[in-house]
Design a protein around this ligand. Structure first.
Ligand code: HAM
Length: 425
């Protein structure tokens, strides 16, 4: 029975009461993206598995351990997206979005899926808001996306969100760095976890991101990527910092920040929440990804924010959300004829954009009024034989108790609008 009555582990339902808060947060992040010239893209929930193997990287935890991959009935291997960037790149290329000129600026608000051990702030289905920008190689682009995210956090009242910053260079400077890492970790081979051992030759940078405490301790003494940056990467990173300073964004340089996905080049960043102790988002540049996925060499960059974590941070701060308005006017009725009239009046209100409700459960008057109270109706009207005969009924303001008699005939909607505007609560 549990399979029918309990949502799968690591997933959550967002129910009325909570969805209003979500919509508010989504509105803030979307409007901040639109203010910066980003337009919404919606891509499929599943993609060919190959896209993530190539895009995210086959030595990452996400690909090695966390993907929901299955064969469809046609024998194709498909995967529920574990993140949004690879799908956005594919869609940008497939739909020729670059034809409209660079930079291409996209945003999305999507569920993602990772088979992780569920814990506070870690779900198997989680929601992310992300932006991706293509065709902009300038450091100003890096700072625009960082500023966008920080501005959204500020508007949400999350002023304890920091910025951790690093540059992980380009393939040219990584060659030497990989050599140094292989040498360093090779000397600790017998202490590394099994996964890190297998990554030692293939992708030693991934060891820096290992969650095992032993590997983490060893990683603390590893060579730093920032000591191996080539001249161009150094210059880019310097300009990013200069622009952050120019717009007054504080940051903390963290030479150990490498991020958990393989596509990053140059600037990488995370937005840690001091109160929650984990990142609310992260991102960076991925100047090689478009080419890796079959396009022409095109710089790219972006970030993903964990919306579940943002909601957690807001709850933790005791943020106040406005009450969700569900009903402006409730039309109660006694008897079949009055019930029919209430339905017609409600329909008229809906057509004029007024939220209204009436009885759908054959309840008595008392129960109808109780329901009106529960859904927070601002006004109520009671219709019975007398009202039908007179063609008029009382509109009651539930907060002040004030009553105004209005027509329930031809002029109903106009009289309702006049009366309710005059009484504006
Ligand atoms: P990511 O850091 O893997 O980056 O995920 C982005 C954010 O999603 C994280 O900072 C975190 O807030 C949230 N998140 C990740 N996994 C979970 C989970 N299991 N449960 C709850 N929240 C989670 C990316 O996915 C990149 N695609 C971001 C990006 C876009 N980089 C460039 N463009």
């Amino acid at each position: 029975m549990e399979l029918l009555t309990k949502a799968p582990k690591g997933t959550v339902d967002l129910v009325p009461g909570a969805t209003g808060k979500w919509q508010l947060v989504e509105d803030v992040v979307k409007s901040e993206a639109e203010l910066n010239g980003f337009a919404e893209i919606r891509t499929p929930v599943f993609e060919h598995t190959e896209l993530f193997l190539r895009g995210v990287g086959d030595t990452t935890d996400v690909v090695e351990k966390q993907m929901y991959t299955f064969e469809d009935k046609g024998g194709r291997s498909v995967t529920l997206r574990p993140e949004g960037t690879a799908g956005a790149v594919r869609a940008m290329l497939e739909n020729g979005l670059y034809n409209a000129g660079y930079p291409v600026k996209l945003y999305y608000c999507i569920p993602c899926f990772r088979y992780e051990k569920p814990q506070s702030g870690r779900l198997r289905e989680f929601r992310t808001f992300g932006v991706e920008m293509f065709g902009a190689a300038e450091p100003a682009a890096d700072v625009q996306v960082i500023a966008l995210a920080l501005s959204a956090f500020k508007r949400l009242g999350l002023d304890d969100v920091g910025l951790q910053l690093n540059s992980i260079g380009c393939p040219a400077c990584r060659k030497e760095y990989h050599k140094a890492l292989t040498e360093y970790f090779g000397a600790h081979r017998d202490q590394l976890c099994e996964t890190c051992l297998s990554r030692l030759e293939r992708n030693p940078m991934r060891i820096l991101d290992c969650k095992s405490p032993v590997c983490g301790e060893i990683a603390k003494g590893a060579p730093k990527i920032t000591d191996y940056l080539c001249g161009d990467c150094q210059e880019h990173f310097g300009k990013v910092q200069g622009l952050l300073d120019a717009v007054g964004i504080p940051y903390e340089l963290d030479p150990r920040l490498v991020r958990g996905l393989d596509y990053y080049t140059r600037t990488v960043f995370e937005f840690p929440s001091k109160s929650l102790g984990f990142a609310l988002g992260g991102g960076g540049r991925y100047d090689g990804l478009v080419e890796e996925l079959g396009g022409k060499p095109t710089p790219g960059l972006g970030f993903g924010l964990g919306l579940d974590r943002i909601l957690m941070a807001l709850e933790e701060r005791g943020a106040q959300f406005p009450e969700e308005e569900r009903c402006e006017v409730y039309l109660a009725a006694m008897g079949d004829e009055a019930g029919k009239k209430a339905f017609v009046l409600m329909d008229g209100l809906h057509k004029c954009g007024v939220s209204a409700d009436c009885d759908l459960c054959a309840r008595g008057l008392k129960a109808q009024m109780k329901y009106a109270d529960r859904i927070g109706a601002k006004y109520t009207m009671v219709l019975g034989d007398n009202e039908l005969e007179a063609g008029r009924a009382e509109l009651k303001n539930m907060k002040t108790g004030e009553k105004v008699e209005i027509s329930i005939g031809e002029g109903f909607v106009d009289e309702y609008l006049t009366a309710s505007t005059a009484q504006e609560i």
